[in-house]
Write a protein that binds this ligand. Structure first.
Ligand SMILES: Nc1ncnc2c1ncn2[C@@H]1O[C@H](COP(=O)(O)OP(=O)(O)OP(=O)(O)O)[C@@H](O)[C@H]1O
Ligand SMILES: [Mg+2]
Length: 443
């Protein structure tokens, strides 16, 4: 008797679970020395056919990288099964005597799929600490121990089961935990407006693209330029907080590997993991991306150049907000800046902006001496927002340690230290009128 293969919608994964259940029941029977039922192989073959068909569908194809072993889908299905069908979790548990959880170990997967020696070696590679499934964040678990359980990553659950969960880190990116509000951000009004407009690209895509037929571009991509400490990262945090989305910083240096060809893989992993997720990706020191074309000297540079233009194209193609930051506006080729939806230049703050920054940076409940006036501080020394934040906090610690209110003496010393951080000689005159409060003998 042959079992006819029923047809399934490409999004219905039930044949996957039925096949695994069959394999698990068979393994349990086999372990007890029970005879294999006649129909088992036929039933399995029929399901196998359906499953292979499903795996050609978009659900699986979007998930699996082309260079992965065909075994990868089997492994992912095995690990996801207890989440999809609790009865499989219980079956797994029975098959792994003594475990208190429903997830399969590599050893169980090996037995379940009846892998031969070659396939087992490939399984080990897939599941290694630096193997493809771990690096993509699809599978979680302890080291390479064959008896430790493997759990599905949040992304795997989200993409195959449609369960939204808190996203795992995209590989190569770290979460910026900063939360910040518009009220804390000090920038000229036109820059604030440009930042707001970046949010329009995210919030109103539906109207412009779906309803009005506007052209679908990737991104949106914003470029933030300006000196260090002028609030580029801070503004990115304000945007992310406004959306209620997490902000992830990507380490470009780590991404652009010195091994030719690795960059491609790193990029794929990153963008695959970020695909369709509600998050902002922040690429700091993006200057490396804008190396002018034609400036190729050696073969190595040529590779670097190739990767760089590809990298930029890949960033643009990603559908989701990306922010690039750079310290060097003047070096940027207009051919590049025109490619971004929003470009915001972060200026050094003027005296008025510095007064605002001082107001926000001084701890709100710190006991301040009467002479402390943010307008005076703003006029006295030209500092960036980052330097003002550091100096304000340092002054607060000086006051706390001295058991005194926070006064101009503490602020003068803190600013003097801040200016001296880059190693240059700082004189009393560099502190403007605040220099009068710097204690004798320092400068
Ligand atoms: N314009 C600003 N408005 C409000 N706070 C600011 C501003 N600029 C700087 N700050 C404060 O200084 C801190 C450091 O700034 P931030 O890290 O955003 O600078 P950046 O421009 O990203 O510098 P870098 O180029 O070195 O990365 C911020 O966390 C914030 O507290
Ligand atoms: Mg920054």
């Amino acid at each position: 008797m042959t079992v006819a293969a029923p047809t399934f919608a490409a999004t219905d994964l039930s044949p996957e679970w039925r096949r695994l259940e069959l394999l698990a029941r068979h393994l349990a029977a086999e372990r007890q020395g029970q005879p294999v039922p006649q129909t088992f192989l036929e039933e399995l073959a029929a399901l196998q056919k359906v499953v292979l068909g499903l795996r050609q569908g978009p659900l699986w194809q979007d998930l699996l990288a082309p260079e992965w072993d065909a075994l990868a889908a089997d492994v992912l299905a095995c690990v996801l099964a207890p989440e999809a069908e609790p009865r499989l979790g219980w079956l797994y548990q029975q098959l792994q005597a003594g475990t208190a959880q429903p997830y399969p170990s590599p050893a169980l997967i090996q037995e379940l799929l009846a892998l031969d020696a070659g396939e087992t070696a490939r399984l080990r590679h897939l599941l290694a600490e630096d193997g493809p499934l771990r690096r993509a964040g699809l599978i979680l678990g302890e080291g390479g121990d064959p008896f430790q359980p493997l759990r599905p990553g949040a992304d795997l659950m989200a993409r195959l089961l449609g369960r939204s969960c808190t996203p795992a880190f995209p590989p190569g990116a770290v979460r910026v935990p900063l939360r910040a509000s518009w009220a804390e951000l000090v920038l000229p009004a036109d820059r604030l407006a440009a930042l707001q407009e970046f949010l329009y690209w995210i919030r109103h895509r539906e109207v412009v693209v779906e309803q009005w037929g506007g052209r679908e571009l990737g991104g949106p991509v914003a470029l933030f330029t300006g000196p260090s400490g002028t609030g580029k990262t801070f503004a990115a945090a304000v945007l992310a907080s406004d959306l209620g989305w997490p902000l992830y910083r990507v380490d470009l240096g780590g991404l652009v590997s010195k091994y030719v060809g690795e960059t491609e893989k790193n990029l794929n992993r990153l963008f695959d993991a970020a695909h369709g997720r509600e998050m902002i990706l922040l690429f700091d020191e993006a200057d490396a991306l804008f190396a002018k074309r034609g400036e190729v000297k050696e073969a190595r540079d040529r590779y670097a150049n190739m990767e760089v233009s590809h990298l930029l194209a890949r960033i643009e193609a990603h559908r989701g907000p990306v922010i690039l930051t750079s310290n060097l506006r003047q070096h940027l080729d207009p051919a590049f800046t025109r490619r971004f939806q929003v470009v915001v230049d972060f200026p050094r703050p003027d005296a008025g902006a510095r007064a605002e920054l001082w107001r926000r940076a001084l701890p709100p409940r710190a006991p301040l001496s009467d002479e402390v006036d943010p307008d005076f501080l703003g006029r006295a020394v030209s500092l960036t927002g980052g330097a003002i934040r550091n100096a304000a906090l340092h002054a607060a610690y000086l006051a706390a340690a001295g058991g005194r209110p926070l006064g101009l003496r503490e602020l003068a010393l803190a600013v003097w230290r801040e200016l001296g951080k880059d190693g240059r000689e700082v004189g009393r005159a560099d502190l403007g009128r605040l220099g009068d409060w710097l204690r004798e003998g320092l400068a």
